[in-house]
Design a protein around this ligand. Sequence first.
Ligand SMILES: NC(=O)c1ccc[n+]([C@@H]2O[C@H](COP(=O)([O-])OP(=O)(O)OC[C@H]3O[C@@H](n4cnc5c(N)ncnc54)[C@H](OP(=O)(O)O)[C@@H]3O)[C@@H](O)[C@H]2O)c1
Length: 227
Amino acid sequence: MEISGAHVLVVGATGGLGSALARALAADGARLSLSGRDATRLSALADELTASVLSSVSADLVDPSAPARIVDAAVAASPLDVVVFAAGVVAFGAVAELDDDTLDQLLLVNVIAPVRLLRAVAPQLGRGAVVVNLSAVVAETPLPGMAAYAASKAALTAFDRAAGRELRRAGVRVLDVRPPHTETGLASRPVAGISPRLGAGKSPDEVAARIVQALRDDEADLPSDAF
Ligand SMILES: NC(=O)c1ccc[n+]([C@@H]2O[C@H](COP(=O)([O-])OP(=O)(O)OC[C@H]3O[C@@H](n4cnc5c(N)ncnc54)[C@H](OP(=O)(O)O)[C@@H]3O)[C@@H](O)[C@H]2O)c1
């Protein structure tokens, strides 16, 4: 696909991977709609990329109405060609120690929000449009101490596969991306628990560049070993 001129909605644009993707896409000539939870960092990113930004909405994805509001603002600016869901939270710890708030946050942000987002945006997408969802390597290789996080990512990957098959007839591609550990700081701000030693991760710019390449080359899947 042609990135230059495409209108791309990046949800989770305030994050390490979301902001790297927004910058890489803007550098390739994309027009952007941005969303993030932190209004101050979102507005700083929108200012930095101002020549490329069509709309910007700060929203907490725990709110059931947030995904539709984000889509409405982007579509009001211009029809969408690509939607990137790069929001997410992680939690660590033994299953027996998982509390209900942690479970709710993991499933609401990592699974239910992207499902609501695709539900809201699907009727707006034309042939050639792409939906990019950031799952994770743990969907392929679930690790102890991250069971609920891994389950949330496996659920997203399953959703992407089924929704992708459903939308294929309409000419819409769903790209499930399963990056390996990346140095965004995500592991240092879990909603619960403490990160195990993870070793050195990929750079966010490198991971973002690989995702943009997959978009450009019309790739159908982006497993962890593609990075
Ligand atoms: N980093 C890795 O090693 C890695 C590896 C594989 C997959 N992933 C996945 O890639 C995605 C991005 O991760 P990252 O490393 O870029 O993490 P990050 O830097 O912590 O960014 C997370 C993003 O999610 C947003 N977010 C979290 N809770 C939210 C909520 N309730 N409502 C709205 N937005 C919310 C954050 O918004 P604010 O900052 O505005 O609060 C931020 O934009 C996640 O789904 C993650 O699971 C990451």
